[in-house]
Ligand binder design. Sequence first.
Ligand code: FPP
Length: 243
Amino acid sequence: LKNDIMDKENLLNKIDKRKLPVHIAIIMDGNGRWAKKRHLPRTFGHKKGVERVDEIVETAGDIGLKYLTLYAFSTENWQRSKTEVAVLMKLLHHYLVKELPRMQKNNIRFNTIGDIKKLPDFVYDKLVEVKELTGNNSGLTLILALNYGGRDDIVNAINSIIKNKLNKVTETEVSNYLYTSAIPDPDLLIRTSGEQRISNFLLWQLSYSELYFTPVLWPEFDKTEFYKAILEFQNRERRFGGL
Ligand code: FPP
């Protein structure tokens, strides 16, 4: 245990506070496989996954990150069993109720991307409430991607644009119509569980993001793993297509 604490502190000390990413996006994958390995139902993996959400949000706040976006429910996730979808919705609601006081205490502003009107009413109402109540906080912005799909985001933007104008559009205008209009593009995308795909996450917004893939399953992606991802990011050279 003592070694473990020293490891964590060493990693934290190696992080250059002046070169932090502003926005980290995470595809939290591998809850099901984590549970399967232990002969537990998939939903146990999601429960364990929420504990990692708590830990990563807290760490993000501690290091002074400005934006953290977590892919919690995709437009494709409706295809899962009714029970699994129901459990995810309950976990989400429970998370919001439990975390609201901590968000206020830690100055966290809560937001969402995706078509949340299609979520069950009890979840939708809570999401709106937590967004409103934390709207004036100025620390970390925590964004949950819920019923979010990258293609849906772009199609949605195109439909809004053609409602408003029919002449040529610019990249800036497209950005302004996406769910992420007020949020800078991610500097770093993390995906857990060994899959190396974008899976319809922020398709437009990830254009120049550094991609970090780790075999660690989401229920095991702790603070130390998070620091490792940030360190790897700091060791890469970002050129944005220039020299
Ligand atoms: C991927 O694991 C994870 C999800 C589809 C949902 C992520 C949700 C949580 C971490 C919990 C709810 C979130 C909050 C913020 C309360 P998977 O089921 O695809 O795993 P597998 O690929 O191993 O089957």
